[in-house]
Write a protein that binds this ligand. Structure first.
Ligand code: SAM
Length: 291
């Protein structure tokens, strides 16, 4: 539907009259959001103001109660498919969970668990050290431990937000003997040992290219021989990009597989050691570097 061919106020009002979009409205609503011009973003946000507050996930993202986009709390709500039961907000939360980018975030948790399981299978009982950069709620590791209570992996978690660390420690209380948390900035932190796997999702797409390359170079030094560093980043092909930006004020550096490979080359890593993985929707890419 062409945004210029409709009465936008009447359209939005009709959606609010039924307390949010129904399944059959999803495509059309996203299509309309995609067509909002830069100069009309504020007026579009005013039209949906009743949901741009922390009672909805869109509004939580937009108002940033923790002070930044992509905090541990909203990521956990995405993982748990949280829906506010209040009828004014419920349909909007269900709608958010239908967005391809949101499904891709859940997919990356599954991908992480699979990677941990593969490392564990390869370990044949030998201890494997894993570092997670920007660890957030630590839900992927929690689910890995729940599925694989006997495993050889030992984790170190790095997160700048002490509220994320408090949340993750509480969630993972059963597994704290296998997890050490550091409340540090990944840019300034220097580890004291080497790792078999360094994993990061939902972090590097907040960094400019020069910081991305700096971090690759730095953490590559902390990989054991045969180890891997796997770094997530949103793909430039993200059908939910405008919705994230307009409805959630959530801006990321989107990058292609080639750009990610270029960063690794710029960090001085050999071409044969570099490849790019993706979750099933191809919206979250993962630069994989072997040592
Ligand atoms: C979008 S969340 C991703 C969490 C987790 N990796 C996941 O995929 O579920 C990003 C996390 O990175 C943390 N973070 C952001 N910048 C950071 C930095 N410079 N150093 C350490 N942590 C950082 C945030 O506090 C937040 O918990």
């Amino acid at each position: 539907m062409n945004i210029d061919s409709i009465d936008l106020d009447a359209y939005i009002q009709s959606i609010f009259l039924k307390n949010g979009p129904d399944k059959e409205d999803y495509l059309e609503f996203f299509e309309i959001v995609d067509q909002v011009k830069a100069e009309d973003i504020e007026s579009f946000r005013n039209k949906i103001a009743p949901i741009l507050n922390s009672a909805t996930l869109f509004g939580f993202s937009y108002t940033k109660p923790f002070g930044y986009s992509g905090d541990f709390f909203i990521i956990e709500k995405i993982y748990q498919s949280y829906v506010n039961p209040d009828k004014r907000y419920k349909k909007w939360d269900i709608f958010l969970h239908s967005a391809p980018a949101v499904i891709a975030v859940v997919n990356r948790k599954t991908l992480a668990i699979g990677i941990f399981e593969k490392l564990n299978a390869k370990a044949m009982g030998l201890r494997q050290d894993v570092m997670i950069l920007g660890s957030g709620p630590v839900t992927e590791t929690f689910e890995f431990f729940e599925k694989n209570p006997e495993n050889s992996l030992v984790f170190e978690m790095l997160d700048m937000d002490k509220r994320a660390i408090a949340y993750a420690k509480n969630k993972n209380w059963k597994y704290l003997s296998k997890m050490t948390f550091y409340n540090r900035n990944v840019i300034r932190y220097s580890p004291e040992k080497k790792y078999d796997l360094i994993w990061s999702a939902g972090l590097f797409d907040y960094f400019k290219g020069k910081h991305f390359v700096f971090l690759l170079k730095k953490y590559y030094e902390y990989l054991n021989e045969g180890g891997e560093m796997i770094i997530g980043n949103f793909n430039i092909e993200n059908p939910s990009r405008r919705a994230m930006e307009i409805l959630g004020d959530w801006f990321l550096y989107h990058r292609s597989a080639d750009e990610l490979k270029q960063f690794a080359l710029q960090a001085g890593i050999e071409k044969s050691k570099i490849d790019v993985l993706k979750e099933p929707l191809g919206i979250n890419l993962f630069l994989r570097i072997k040592k």
